[in-house]
Ligand binder design. Structure first.
Ligand SMILES: *Cc1c(COP(=O)(O)O)cnc(C)c1O
Length: 426
């Protein structure tokens, strides 16, 4: 019999997991423990010295989290994963492995608002300097590169405006510059887009959104593609120079094509500490089992809602790359052929007042600041998340007074549309 490569939906259920060796439990158990007993003194020494793989302490690794790591790495086509406490923690750990104070990274300016804040303020305090580039002008990434550049950071589908980023074109710029391309694949999930196939060297996730999928747990993931040569120019000393605390081990030399995931674990997670709770790992694993079914339904519903809104008399514009005629439609067909995701914005002819009224009148939709739940979610950024900005800054951030953001759930699409219809009429 020839060895079959399992399909995506099979991996989403089985990758990384097997019946528990001691109890036979079929679902992955929640290993709710801080620490793990060593076999003997030699075993303990080899674990601490990175000569053997095994469990020590849940801040550095945990068997429930390990199943989640293997599962997401398999779905993305990477060599290894590292589960952490949140999407933002994943971003901190990735940059911690790459940057020293005074270094730069180039980031798309079309990003999740929380990431823009993190890069502009907290990362600057660490001496990690962001240089912004425009995904609608690919050359701006190349022009932003300097000898201090250590990475390029983009989102595959950018939150919230339905922007599809040209991963391949920016990956080529990263390769010419000799820096890794980091792709935040939160809004697409590997069901819609696998950035490693298009040139990403590192993929990160907020598991909080579609991967967990049920709005019940915060989590993050780093996936190492195993593609980047960390030793070539000595630009990444954490990976290419001897580690004093590990008897002079060179991580890239010792761990090869999963050295980046190891660096994020044994230096970043160990020292900065944002470990994922095994309980959250369990909930997120359960969510991932139905990823294929949920994402397809999310996308099909979102397309139906976007088409309905585009034909509504109260609506000025709809920004959804799944619509024919959208400026990102061709990129969506290339990178996300199964669907353009479920998060998008639209504009109301009635401006600010109409936006406030709409979020007050919906009944099925929840008015809150999250995305990627089974439930349909709505927010009016100008009166909430972007309230503190000036009007000009709001428009610049894609959060003008008329803008409403939706995250379409997996309820019956007729109910979702009926709720918008009654709220727009009110
Ligand atoms: C939510 C989100 C994050 C941050 O993730 P948390 O789990 O909330 O820390 C990062 N990137 C994108 C695209 C997101 O939507």
């Amino acid at each position: 019999m020839t060895e079959r490569t399992p399909g995506f939906s099979t991996l989403a259920i089985h990758a990384g997991a097997q019946p528990d060796p001691t109890t036979g439990a079929r679902a992955t158990p929640i290993y709710q423990t801080t620490s793990f007993v060593f076999d003997d003194v030699d075993h303990a020494a080899s674990l601490f010295g990175l000569q053997a793989f095994g469990n020590i302490y849940t801040r550095i690794g945990n068997p429930t989290c390990a199943v989640l790591e293997e599962r997401v790495a398999a779905l993305e086509g990477g060599t290894a994963g590292l589960a952490v406490a949140s999407g933002h923690a994943a971003q901190v750990l990735v940059m911690h492995a790459l940057m020293t104070p005074g270094d730069e990274f180039v980031a798309s300016k079309k990003l999740y608002g929380g990431s823009i804040n993190q890069f502009n303020h907290s990362f600057k305090n660490f001496g990690w300097n962001v240089v912004w580039a425009d995904p609608d002008d690919i050359g701006s990434f190349e022009r932003a590169i300097t000898p201090k550049t250590k990475a390029i950071f983009i989102e595959s589908i950018a939150n919230p405006g339905g922007v599809i980023t040209d991963i391949e074109a920016i990956g080529n710029i990263a390769r010419r510059a000799g820096v890794p391309l980091i792709v935040d694949n939160t809004l697409a999930t590997p069901y819609l887009c696998r950035p490693i196939e298009h040139g990403a060297d590192v993929v990160i996730h907020s598991l909080t959104k579609f991967l967990g999928g049920h709005g019940n747990s915060i989590g993050g993931m780093i996936v190492d593609a195993g593609t980047f040569n960390w030793s070539r120019e000595g630009r990444y000393p954490m990976l290419s120079e001897p580690r004093p605390e590990y008897q002079g081990i060179v991580l890239h030399e010792t761990f090869g094509n999963f050295a980046f995931a190891i660096a994020c674990r044994v230096l970043g997670l160990r020292d900065l500490g944002p470990a994922l709770s095994p309980f959250n790992a369990f909930l997120i694993l359960t969510g991932i089992e139905t990823l294929s079914l949920r994402m397809q339904k999310h996308c099909d519903n979102a397309k139906a809602v976007a088409e309905w809104l585009a034909a509504n008399k109260h609506v000025a514009w709809v920004s959804y790359p799944g619509l024919a005629g959208d400026r990102y439609h061709n990129l969506a067909r290339k990178y996300c052929p199964k669907g353009a995701g479920a998060v998008f914005t639209f504009g109301l002819k009635g401006g600010y007042e109409a936006g406030v009224k709409l979020v007050s009148n919906v009944k099925l939709f929840s008015h809150l600041a999250n995305i990627g739940d089974t439930r349909s979610l709505i927010i009016h950024p100008a009166s909430t998340t972007h309230r503190q900005l000036s009007d000009a800054q709001k428009v610049q951030a894609g959060a003008g007074p008329d803008v409403v953001r939706l995250s379409i759930g997996i309820e019956d699409k007729d109910d979702i549309i009926a709720d918008l219809e009654q709220a727009l009429a009110a």
